[in-house]
Design a binder for this molecule. Sequence first.
Ligand code: HEC
Length: 231
Amino acid sequence: MSGDLKWNKIFGAGLATAMVLVGMPYAIGYIYKTKPPEKMGYFIDAPEEPSGTVEVELPPEWGTVLPVADLAAGEAAFARCQACHTVNQGGANGIGPNLWAVIGGPVMHMPGFAYSDAFNAHKAIAPVWTYDEMDQFIKAPQRHIAGTKMSFAGIRDTETRINLIAWLRSQGSGGYAIPAPDPARQPGAAVPADGAAPVEGGEAAADGQAPVEGAAAAPTAEATTPAQPSA
Ligand code: HEC
């Protein structure tokens, strides 16, 4: 008899265990009330672009756009920076560092200014304020240098940034060369672009290259890049 009882106990224990195991997820679910995420998968912080306007836009073609940039518009755009920055030579640091000769200069170009750790880290990977670096930074400071203490939302409009950068260059950075126009980025590409906007003193078009048969009628850049020097 006692043998039967023993097996009863063993089965009973087994059954109880099984019930606990089966019921556990429900119990836990009840306690924590987990809601399934609205979207499955990992969250990646990328802005959703409406299809068609993928944000893999090329950086501006500096050799073409800088010589014809609107300096007056650039100076006007600098109004947004003036709350924190002076730009005159020898000007005082404000909330942000003085910006005289910053284009083409080293990142953290004002030795006396207390830059953030984020800037210190960024300098190690991108030590120079190239046109591209400046463009990316002004476009979205916090995205380009996460943790920067420059609390400025950024300028989304590419045209405005180009004008501003051209004007900043005129403030002590004239010695920082404008690259020659990139033939591959001219309308009608592939052929050396003879009609590309000239750079002062620059030898833009690579000559000595035999014209490709049938390529003679390639459109020149004249239509889109008026070559008159801006004031
Ligand atoms: C709210 C204040 C503020 C505004 C507005 C602001 N900045 Fe700044 N800026 C800063 C601060 C602060 C820093 C230093 C950032 C750091 O150390 O993280 C800085 C750094 C910079 C640097 C880096 C300089 C260097 O020595 O490496 C550049 C370039 C710059 N700003 C350009 C601009 C431009 C151009 C604008 C306007 C479009 C602008 N800033 C608007 C506060 C500002």
